[in-house]
Design a protein. Structure first.
Length: 70
């Protein structure tokens, strides 16, 4: 049996948390957040990486998402 939970969770979070796709946190120009601008910066990559790690840890360790196949 294979556990596909971590793969699915990481892939979905990676797509949703790509800086500039849905939102950019912190935004350029002194704003806190900007939606759908398709741009990024070093600070937003760092912030999104921290959020990605935190949400991945919550879903995989605290909640325990498992998708098993035979």
């Amino acid at each position: 049996m294979s556990d596909w939970g971590p793969v699915v969770v990481a892939t979905v979070l990676f797509v949703l948390l790509s800086p500039g796709l849905l939102l950019q946190l912190p935004a350029k120009g002194g704003r806190f957040v900007e939606f759908g601008n398709f741009q990024t910066s070093g600070a937003s990559i760092f912030v999104h990486a921290i959020i990605f790690f935190a949400l991945t840890a919550v879903f995989l360790i605290a909640i325990g998402v498992h998708i098993t196949t035979d």
